[in-house]
Each structure stands twice: as C-alpha cells, then as structure tokens.
Design a protein around this ligand. Sequence first.
Ligand SMILES: *[C@@H]1O[C@H](CO)[C@@H](O)[C@H](O)[C@H]1NC(C)=O
Ligand SMILES: *[C@@H]1O[C@H](CO)[C@@H](O)[C@H](O)[C@H]1NC(C)=O
Ligand SMILES: *[C@@H]1O[C@H](CO)[C@@H](O)[C@H](O)[C@H]1NC(C)=O
Ligand SMILES: *[C@@H]1O[C@H](CO)[C@@H](O)[C@H](O)[C@H]1NC(C)=O
Ligand SMILES: *[C@H]1O[C@H](CO)[C@@H](O)[C@H](O)[C@H]1NC(C)=O
Length: 405
Amino acid sequence: MYLHNIRLAVALGAGVLSTSSAAAGTSISVPNLNTSEAAKFPGNGDKVAPKVFIFSMFGAEGTTWYDRPEINLLARNISVPCLSPLFPDVHCTEDGDVCQVTLGEAEINAASTVMAVVTSSLFDLTQCYFFIAGIAGVSPVHATTGSVAFARYAVQGALAFEIDRRELPSNFTTSYFAQGTDFPDQYPTDLYGTEVFEVNARLATLAAQFAGQATLDDSADAQAYRANYKTADNRFEAATMPPSVVECDVVTADVFYSGNFLSETFDNVTRLLTNGSGVYCTTVQEDNASLEVLLRGAAAGLVDFSRIIVMHTASDFDRPFPGEDALFHLVSANQGALDSSIENLFLAGIKVVEGILNNWDKVFGPGVKPDNYVGDIFATLGGNPDFGPGRKLALGETGVNPDDL
Ligand SMILES: *[C@@H]1O[C@H](CO)[C@@H](O)[C@H](O)[C@H]1NC(C)=O
Ligand SMILES: *[C@@H]1O[C@H](CO)[C@@H](O)[C@H](O)[C@H]1NC(C)=O
Ligand SMILES: *[C@@H]1O[C@H](CO)[C@@H](O)[C@H](O)[C@H]1NC(C)=O
Ligand SMILES: *[C@@H]1O[C@H](CO)[C@@H](O)[C@H](O)[C@H]1NC(C)=O
Ligand SMILES: *[C@H]1O[C@H](CO)[C@@H](O)[C@H](O)[C@H]1NC(C)=O
C-alpha cells in the first residue's frame, strides 16, 4: 500500500481481534481451529495445501477478493497464531486450493504475518504459488495509474544513510546514500541481505500474460489527471496512456516518499543495487520483508522460492506532474485511480489465479523452471546472483565467515 488516503479503508476492512494464542513453550503453530475442521481439507494429513496464496497488505486489498462470483474465499476461515490482530484469519476456498491473508502494512507487519503463515503447521506450502497483490505508487516514466505491474526485482530502497538536506554537503544530489559509503550512488559496503530479491522472471511473464486477458477498470478522474503528465519531450509518455499490464520492478521503503528528487533517488538506487538490470517502476512498503521471510522459508524447505509472483496495481504517481507542487500532489490532489487500482487487483489477479489452477497438472504443479537467478544477495539458496558482490564478499561484509555456515 502506498497511498495515505486509503488508511481509512484499513479501518473499514479490519476484522475482529484475534482470540488465538499459542501455548507457552510449544510450537508457535498450534492450531486453534478444531481438528475436525482441519481434517476436511485435502492435502498432507490435516494440512491445507493451497496452490495459490494471495498476500494483501490492507483491508480493501483483501476485501476486493471477497463476494465475487468467480471465487469464494470466505468459504473457510482459518485462525493462525501471530497474524496481525487486525486480520487474524487466513481465508480459503472450500477445497483449500486458494487462500488469502491480509498482512498489515509496512515491512514489520509484512514480515511478521508471512513468518506466521510459513511456519504454521496448518499448511503445506511446498507446492504453493505465493501471489503478492497490492496497490503501489508508480513512476510516470514506465506506466500509468490503474496499470498492473509484475516485478522481477524487489529493492529495499530506504535501507540507507540519510542526512537532512540542510546539513548536506553541496555536492550531494540527494539525502540518501548507501550504508558504508560517503557519497550518493556508491555501492553499499554494509549489506544486510535484504537489499535485493530476484524472483522467477519466466513466471512473472506467464502471470502477466494471464493478467493481459483482463479488461482493466479506469476512471474519468484518472484520465484527466494523467493527461497532465504530457510534456514536450515525452519523458512521461507512459503516464499519459491508458492502464496496461507491464513488467517492471518494485522498491520497498517504510518511508512513504514522494516527489521528483526522492523518486529519482530510488530509481538510481534500483539501478545500483540490481547492477543496472532492474527497472524502477512501482513503490510499496512491504515486499522485501515478505520476500525475506519466503527466502528463509525456502532455505528451511517449507516453500519454493521460484513460485513467487509480485504484482502491483498503480494507485498514484510517485512524483507530481511538471509544474505541480509536490506536497499538493502527495496529500491533496485527486489522482482518481485508487478505486480502479483496487478493482484491478481482482480483475487481473483472478486471471492469474485461474491460469495457475487451469494449468496445474501440466505446468504449475511440476513448476516453472526459472532461467534467471532467484534469491537474495547472499545466494542463500545457491546459484550466482546477477547483482551484488557475490556470496563470499557479501557475507564477508557482515562479519560472518561463509565457511562457517
Ligand atoms: C468467514 O469470515 C467472514 C468475515 O471475515 C464471514 O463473512 C464469513 O461468513 C466467514 N465464513 C465462514 C464459513 O464462517
Ligand atoms: C564532496 O564534497 C566533499 C567536501 O564537502 C569532498 O570531501 C568530497 O570529496 C566530495 N565528493 C565527491 C565525490 O566529489
Ligand atoms: C541519479 O543519477 C543521475 C545519473 O548518475 C544523476 O545525474 C542524478 O543527479 C541522480 N539523482 C539524484 C536525485 O541523486
Ligand atoms: C555489481 O556491482 C558492484 C558495484 O559496482 C560490483 O562490485 C559487483 O561485482 C557487481 N556484481 C555483478 C554480479 O555484476
Ligand atoms: C527489499 O528488497 C529490496 C530488493 O529486493 C532490497 O533492496 C531491500 O533491501 C529490501 N528491504 C528489506 C527491508 O528487506
């Protein structure tokens, strides 16, 4: 989620407080649903084995999936210990093939909820496709509001040093610079491991093809606002076009930044951290956190890191149109795309879900073999990252000896 106006929707979409609690000294995944309920699900023993697990970030992103003729995600509600107190249940179809959970917003909530799901003994997630589906800010360089973007790279933008501009050296173009460096745009030398995640690019392309079957929602207000991005040099041409399905990458930051300088800063950060391959396009507050947990789950054999789809629909532009005041753009302007972006999560997302289910036996059950590197900057899951300094150097910067792992 990357739009403050929508915070109201969080309250509207909030469920009741969870009554679940894990017994002290036992596994955190003690089920609090009664076991006869659990036993109705197909799968491994008592476990629910979803083929697709949808991750929403806040209330309206979750409820857009409910009460739809194509799918009944409220057929089964499963309380899972340690979910967000606002969204205490995982929601599943009757047969357990598709489940959905609302994580809560920003990196801390996302990581906490995904960890609760991945480690829960209620689920077998080894064959599951994780489908991150949320709204986002969008760069007018690459797409417009209402569009649907599938990412290959997820970059943690604001994991950085920052000095207020009033104390900034005069040769700095931005307040943010990488940890372990003394100037903007230098490669970080102090790595935490969550800087970049790369997911299955072939899977992203297949998902984008499914999403391309959807007729996307749009509004007259959004059309009027996006027309303002027309410039003589056409640098924001993508912003002026109707909504479409695109493949480009996502930046995560807890800070809800906006404006030309910060957008350009995180565009530069994306290029730097992906060694030039990433395309800065959408901006959110959760993905890297969710991906770090899925990475740890994959290292533990609980999930398959090549089965992750990161989809964002664009609710707002990351910067004002030329001549517009940055603060007005962020807090007051009617960009007109919020409702459409939430509707498009479902309209595009259901095509992805149906595409996976309809092609399960031949394609998605066996898996879509990635032809790109998938994983993190430490190469935790093996392979050779096409970004970062390589496993040995990257780990060396943390003070951990790779030979000890
Ligand atoms: C699941 O929870 C929703 C509210 O979140 C409710 O509307 C629905 O009826 C519940 N489903 C079942 C089977 O109890
Ligand atoms: C930026 O300016 C500082 C002095 O304020 C100087 O020490 C530093 O070398 C300059 N950095 C670059 C990359 O030009
Ligand atoms: C982004 O990088 C370009 C090219 O290096 C540079 O000219 C520009 O000043 C940078 N933008 C910011 C905000 O640092
Ligand atoms: C990525 O760029 C950094 C900084 O320039 C460099 O040290 C590293 O070797 C590059 N990694 C790859 C895989 O090209
Ligand atoms: C999020 O992921 C991006 C790239 O995948 C990475 O650069 C960033 O550090 C991550 N942030 C967090 C908090 O994990």
